[in-house]
Design a protein around this ligand. Structure first.
Ligand SMILES: [Mn+2]
Length: 329
């Protein structure tokens, strides 16, 4: 499939790359890796996202070329590549605003991806969209330089949880080994992504740990991040998704949940992390969300205080059922 996708991309002169908001390491790493690859193939490339770029990614070469909508929308493009987006609504703001009628290519590794584009390349067996871009690079014969390697390594490290999630395969480590030979510096990625964080985020993590709650005999753990907590921690705009690591790290927890109160008038976002007993992709799909079996999310147009008890109640029932199914296997 990568050859076919490459042939499609080669037909166009100017391309716009985009990914979902908020930006994550796989999204931005895939964008920068693919931009570099296409530039080497003589293409005009623009990267435009619906949201600003978090400071975390400032260490990536080429990050200054990443524009945030509505910047970067003037002038038609021949094709758009959406990266790491399972559904059209994840990129709708950019897709709806792109001038002209560009050809759309969708490259993604989520389960149950919706085929919203002209060409849809899905590969659930890939741990990261960056792994698919790596395969494109190999198929193109273009030499992977240190900058491209660093971008793709960032994508891989992010989506495998530093090679710790169950999606980590021998192919991931083979790709990582190759990227290191091409000049990627793991210590740089790890320092910027994990070892260093703003004091305000450390404060927020402390508050989220204080707010931990449990259900289902301690097998369900959850916490929340409210606007009031963000204000008191001194955080203005942040992607606090990683706070789910707090409930997920408690011994005996099978499924962890994080509730986030977005800005006023915006939805409540819910993230799930499962140790495997329950498929949280299926559970999130009940509420119109999705993701992967062990990590998924959804959102509600309701206040966080209403969403929390309702979701936890449903999750308790779903977990009990999943455990019965497991016992019956
Ligand atoms: Mn991804």
């Amino acid at each position: 499939m990568e050859r076919e996708v490459l042939e499609h991309l080669l037909r166009y002169r100017s391309l716009l790359l985009t990914t979902h908001e908020p930006l994550d390491g796989d999204g931005v790493g895939s964008e920068l890796g693919l931009a570099k690859l296409l530039a080497r193939l003589g293409k005009q490339v623009r990267i435009v996202n619906a949201c600003p770029t978090p400071d975390t990614f400032r260490f990536l070469p080429g990050i200054e070329t990443v524009q945030s909508f509505p910047a970067g929308m003037n002038g038609a493009v021949d094709a758009v590549v959406t990266l790491d987006c399972g559904t059209r609504d994840r990129v709708a703001r950019v897709l709806d605003a792109v001038p002209g009628k560009p050809f759309v290519v969708n490259v993604d590794h989520h389960a149950g991806n919706e085929p919203f584009a002209d060409v849809n390349w899905f590969d659930e067996s890939c741990a990261a969209t960056g792994q698919m871009i790596y395969r494109l690079a190999i198929a193109s014969g273009v030499e992977i330089d240190a900058d491209m390697a660093l971008a793709l390594y960032t994508a891989l490290v992010s989506d495998t949880g530093r090679f710790s999630y169950s999606n980590t395969t021998p192919a991931c480590h083979e790709m990582a080994a190759h990227l290191l030979r091409c000049g990627a510096k793991p210590s740089l990625v790890l320092r910027h992504l994990y070892r260093e964080k703003p004091l305000s985020l450390v404060r927020l993590e402390g508050m989220a740990a204080q707010e931990l709650r449990f259900a289902g005999d301690g097998e369900i753990a959850w916490t929340h991040v409210t606007q009031a907590m963000c204000r008191s921690a001194g955080i203005t705009q942040i992607d606090a998704r990683d706070i789910i690591d707090i409930p997920a790290s408690v011994q005996g927890v099978i499924v962890a949940v994080l509730f986030r109160e977005m800005e006023t008038g915006r939805p409540t976002k819910v993230s799930f992390r499962s140790s495997g007993v329950i498929d949280v992709n299926r559970f999130a799909a009940r509420f119109g969300g999705g993701g992967h079996a062990r990590a998924a999310g959804c959102q509600f147009q309701k206040p966080i205080g209403d969403v929390e008890p309702a979701v936890i109640r449903d999750l308790e029932a779903a977990l009990a059922e999943a455990k019965r199914e497991h016992a019956g296997d």
